[in-house]
Design a protein around this ligand. Structure first.
Ligand code: PGA
Length: 248
């Protein structure tokens, strides 16, 4: 299975999100590809409605661990589950670095997703500073340990992990993609690291400036199960091109 996930972030307005959902709703998604988009919370239900008969899943960009009650501005995993979210991004670098989410928050969100039967996509990645200081593994180790140690992944509980170096992300980072060679090395290390915490099969995605013309260089790496794309998923043509590339 190859995963092509598209995080629309806050790039699109209401009308544009609706239009994009309609444009991609008819896409033929082959059996060996799992496609999902992550629209803004405001348009989540609308996009889900458009895509509900398509082969494209819909996920939450962010949710809260609190279940229900006096939590102004929060949207719980439970509410997203009711709105038929199949996935949720947890710990995306923009949440961590622009909105101050820490590893404890991330852990609580992971647990909330699993309890609500939403498959979390845990995002991990080092900053440019970490990389320059030789702290890439240290940072990833910490993020993984806090997220995975003792996490209940029994039964039907599933999760994915996306490695997204902060510096590789367009817009919020420097937008210089991690090379496939570098990625291959990190992914082997990540797989070993993850195995310390669980025997569950956890698909591993790469994210950070993936484009239609580079997607295949990542997907063809044995350790890479898919990609989490931002910018390139916000246009029907490039999203379609990535789905097509995943079939090759
Ligand atoms: P990008 O974003 O593809 O625009 O770099 C990826 C992400 O943040 O998930």
């Amino acid at each position: 299975m190859k995963y092509i996930f598209g995080n629309w972030k806050m790039y699109l307005d209401v009308e544009e999100s609706h239009a994009l959902a309609q444009e991609i709703a008819g896409l033929n998604i082959p059996d060996q590809v799992e496609a999902a988009v992550f629209p803004n919370t405001l348009v989540f239900a609308q996009v889900q409605e458009v895509l509900k008969k398509s082969d494209i899943s819909v996920g939450a960009q962010n949710l809260n661990w609190v279940p229900q009650g006096a939590y102004t501005g929060a949207t719980s995993a439970h509410l997203f589950a009711q709105a038929r979210a199949e996935y949720a991004l947890v710990g995306h670098s923009e949440r961590r670095h622009l909105f101050g989410e820490n590893n404890d928050d991330v852990r609580k969100k992971l647990e909330a997703c699993l309890d609500a039967e939403i498959t979390p996509v845990l995002c991990v990645g080092e900053t440019a500073e970490d990389l320059d200081d030789g702290k890439r593994e240290y940072r990833l180790k910490k993020q993984l340990q806090k997220a995975l140690e003792g996490l209940d992944l029994s039964g039907d509980r599933e999760m994915l992990i996306a490695y997204e170096p902060v510096w590789a992300i367009a817009g919020s980072g420097e937008g210089r993609a991690c090379s496939p060679e570098d990625c291959a090395e990190v992914f082997l290390w990540l797989k070993e690291e993850i195995r310390q915490y669980t025997d569950a099969t956890i698909p591993l995605l790469y994210g950070g400036s993936v484009k239609p013309d580079t997607v295949l260089s990542y997907l063809s790496l044995e350790a890479v199960d898919g990609v989490l794309t931002g910018t390139a998923s916000t246009e029907a043509t490039s999203f379609t091109a990535m789905i097509e590339a995943a079939q090759r």
